[in-house]
Structures are given as C-alpha cells and as structure tokens.
Design a protein around this ligand. Structure first.
Ligand code: NAD
Length: 483
C-alpha cells in the first residue's frame, strides 16, 4: 500500500474576540454600604492589565468608611439571623439567578479587569460562582444536618477579604455560606480586580437583600487591615501567606474567629503507568490555567524517571501551541499577568531559577507591546532547594523534577511549607489511593487537575492556611456551635 506523506499542516486561528461592549461598565463606582451607594472620599482607577488602559474609577475606602460598612452589617445582623431559614435560602437563590442571566457581562468584566482568558471567565468563574450560591441556598434550611444535629448560631458580622485571581468566584465562596448561615458581611475585593464584586453588589440590590446584609468596600491592603481591626465577629481571608500571618497576629488573643486560605506550591505527580497524553493535558491545565495565578496550581511537576523524557517532550510540544494574547479572544489560552507588581515577582523568581542553575525554556511567542505578559515557561534540572521549587511563583512557570519510587514521590511532594493541593496520575487505582492518603494536601486530584465543585471542601494544611470552603464543611466556619 502506498504511503501518503502529508506536508505539515500550517494554519492559524482567526481572531474571535468577545464584544467588549457586552460589559456595561460605568465610569465610576461608589462603595456599597447599608444598601446604598455611598460616594467614597477617595477614588482610584482600576486598569485593564492587557492594555494598561483605565477601566473605571472605584473607591479606595478609608478606615472610617470600612467602619461604616461594618456598622451597617451590625445593624442588619439581628433581622437577618432571625429570618426563617427557608426565606434566607430564597434570598441566596435570588442572587444565583441573575449571576447566570448576566453571565456574559460578568465574564467580560472579569477578563477586562483581571486579564484572564474569556474562555475561563465564561466557562469556569461565572458558572461556578452561580453554582456556589445555588448550592448554599439549598443548605440554608438544612444546617442542622450539615452540623451533625448540633445547635448553633450565626457568627454575626463577618469581614471577608479576597484576592485578585478569581474575584467573582472568591466573593461567591465567601458570601454564599456566610449568608446561608445567617451572618451579615463586609466584603473587600482586591485592589486590582474590584469590578465584579461591585456588579455582585448590584445583583444583591436587585435581589432586594435587606440593606446592610451584604456590603462591598473596595480598597487596598490598608482597607483590608482596617476591616480586620473593625468590630467584626469573624474574618475570612484568602490571599498570600505573608498577609495571612499578619492577620493571624492581629487577631491573636481576641475572640474573632478566623479562617485563612493562603498560598501553595502544589505537586502534580506523574507515574510511569499513567496515560501520558492525558497527563500532559492535566499538567498544562494545572499550571497554565489563569496564567498560573491559581493558589492550587500544579507548579511542581514530579515525573517518574522512566517516563520523564517522554513527558517533557510532549509537554513542550503542547506548550508551543498555547496561544498567549488578548484575554477577550475566545481562542486565547493564556491571558495577561494581573498587574505590574505580579509580573515583576514572576520575572525575578524566574531569573533566580536560571541563576541557581536550572534550565529555563520559555515558548517563543509574540507578546503585545502594552500590558503585562509572561510566556509559558518550564524549568528542567530543578533541585528541591531552588527558589523556583520552594516559593510560590503564581505565574505560568512549572518546575520539573523526577523521582524513582512512590515513596520518593510522596516525600518530595510533602517537602514543602505549603499543603494546598496535589495531582496523582496513574492507571493503578490502589496506588492512587495509597499515595493520596500520604500526601499532606487539602485536595488531591486523581487523573485530573483544577476541578472545583461547590459541594466539595477546599482548603489547606501548613502555610496554606486553615478552615475549609465549599460543601457542608464550608458552613462550619460561619456558625458558633452552642451545644
Ligand atoms: P494578598 O495577600 O496581597 O492580598 C489579598 C487580599 O488581602 C487583597 O484584597 C488585599 O488588598 C488584602 N490585603 C493586603 N494586605 C492586607 C493586610 N495587611 N490586611 C488585610 N488585608 C490585606 O494576596 P494576592 O496577591 O491578592 O493574592 C495572591 C495570593 O492569594 C497567593 O498567595 C494565592 O496562593 C492566594 N490564594 C489562595 C487561595 C486559597 O483558596 N487558598 C485562593 C486564591 C488565592
């Protein structure tokens, strides 16, 4: 039979941009306090990290504006706690619906403000945020089942501080269980991504949530610190380990409850019997999803020595096909780095990797002139003590290391100050479970990565924090058990 050799296929995607005007952005936003839009004393611009163009002006809340939001939440707390649980559940449900109705608008704003590809904000961030509200709406009148029949009371007023990597989703993770349990909340989004939290405040208004039940104050770290020190009953923080430690110190010795969801340096472990092509997809998803701005990113790739050459070859071939560019283009795989400061952090850790002797490979791709960008990168010849194997880079950079035995894989994976997540790729189910049992990580994915579900608990060990979000476990931090 004659063999037909086809010339290498040469083709490219046509641009497929989502319409920017699908986002109904105003030029300026106030603070949302006590059900009113309150003009802040000071405003700052939030910018599009893909272009460096300003998107809108938002408030930079002062300590007294934060205190006003806490006072509004305090005033609303007794009424909200006294509401019949079924009625509270209806309000939470009413927030979920418009999230879906306005999903296109929200996805575009999330990508404009944060730099993430529209494919991700459209298919992951927004639907998952809605799913959290739907899921916790159902728990509102069934709390005693989740709490093992114990008696409980809401904590009261909760201060919630969230990061910039999943702005709307983190707001949903925080607000949905807090409201379902009968608490009132003051939410402070991150300074580089305030817009979807403000749109969520509008949705709470449309849902006719009683004034003061949800308050949104935009601002920087100082506003976050003011919220921690305000008259709150609980603080829920997601962000860096450094700030988490500061908050833990500030609250030590007080009766303010605290949960911390912090950083990670998660191991993605590939055994020789794994389906390699599938594992390569999982490695790519594990580290390049959301530009690697993911607390549970699979940033340490541990590959069994016998398949290391094949995995690295296939991974590199796959990386070279990643499309880096306009976050609003539906074909984009890797969008913009969230801020100049984050780009600087990634760049300096990558330079440290090269300096310390690891072999750097970054894909060659045209990067836009304006905005903040970093090419997908892998490091080979990484030693466990290298900074790129120890510190959270929070960017599209994976450090590849090898192991020989399952025991060595477990020891290497656990050799981290963090303990947020891990991935295990193997066709041997018994091996998957025995390895997972020994991994000191809050979440272990088998033959997949970065799967999130509102019914499953998420959280860390060690310097990745404490407390769980998601599922029934995510209700516990928002109640005080009384017997
Ligand atoms: P960050 O700690 O700098 O900021 C997080 C939030 O805290 C922001 O809203 C910020 O304004 C506020 N803040 C800053 N200083 C503060 C202070 N002194 N007191 C109170 N609030 C303060 O973190 P980031 O750079 O925005 O986010 C990235 C980090 O978040 C990464 O380390 C990542 O791993 C982590 N993260 C963890 C999870 C998780 O669930 N474990 C999820 C997402 C992100």
């Amino acid at each position: 039979m004659a063999t037909v050799t086809r010339a290498a296929l040469q083709w490219d995607y046509a641009p497929a941009p989502e319409a920017r005007d699908a986002a109904s952005l105003r030029s300026s936003y106030d603070l949302f306090i006590g059900g009113e839009w309150v003009a802040p004393a000071r405003r700052v611009a939030t910018i599009n990290p893909a272009t460096e163009e300003p998107l809108a002006e938002v408030g930079s809340a002062s300590a007294s504006e934060v205190a006003a939001a806490v006072a509004a939440a305090r005033a609303a707390a007794p009424g909200w706690a006294a509401l019949a649980p079924l009625e509270r559940g209806k309000y939470v449900f009413r927030i979920a619906r418009p999230l879906l109705d306005q999903s296109r608008d929200l996805a575009v704003v999330e990508s404009l403000d944060g730099g993430k590809p529209i494919r991700e904000s459209r298919d992951v961030d927004v639907p998952l945020a809605a799913a959290h509200f739907f899921s916790y709406a159902g728990w509102a009148d069934k709390l005693s089942y989740a709490l093992g029949g114990r008696s409980f009371a809401p904590r009261g007023v909760v201060g919630q501080i969230i990061p910039w990597n999943f702005p709307l989703l983190m707001a949903a993770w925080k607000l949905a269980p807090a409201l379902a349990c009968g608490n009132t909340a003051v939410l402070k989004p991150a300074e580089t991504t305030p817009l979807t939290a403000l749109l969520l405040a509008s949705i709470c208004e449309e849902a006719e949530l009683p004034p003061g039940v949800v308050n949104v104050v935009t601002g920087d770290g100082a506003a976050g610190a003011a919220l921690v020190r305000a008259e709150v009953d609980k603080v829920a923080f997601t962000g860096s380990t450094a700030v988490g430690k500061e908050i833990a110190c500030a609250l030590a010795g007080t009766d303010v409850a605290l949960t911390l969801e912090l950083g990670g340096k998660s191991a993605n472990i590939v055994f020789e019997d794994a389906a390699i092509d599938q594992a390569v997809e999982g490695i790519v998803d594990g580290i390049f999803f959301n530009q690697g701005h993911v607390c549970c990113a699979g940033s340490r790739l541990l590959v069994q020595e016998s398949v290391a050459e094949e995995v690295v070859r296939k991974l590199w071939a796959r990386m070279e096909r990643l499309r880096v560019g306009d976050p609003l283009d539906k074909n984009t795989d890797v969008g913009a780095i969230n801020s100049a400061a984050q780009l600087e952090r990634i760049t300096s850790l990558v330079a440290a990797g090269s300096r310390e002797g690891a072999e750097r490979r970054s894909i060659s791709c045209a990067l836009p002139d304006a905005g903040y960008w970093f090419p997908p990168t892998l490091f080979l010849d990484v030693a466990p003590a290298h900074r790129i194997a120890v510190e959270e880079i929070f960017g599209p950079v994976v450090s590849v290391m090898t192991f020989r035995t399952p025991r060595e894989a477990i020891e290497r994976a656990n050799n981290s100050a963090y303990g947020l997540a891990a991935g295990v790729w193997t066709n041997n189910g018994a091996q998957a479970f025995s390895v997972a049992r020994e991994l000191r990580a809050g979440v272990v994915w088998q033959n997949t990565y970065n799967r999130f579900d509102p019914t499953a608990a998420f959280g860390g060990y060690k310097e990745s924090g404490f407390g769980r979000e998601g599922g029934p476990a995510g209700l516990l931090p928002y109640v005080r058990l009384t017997v």
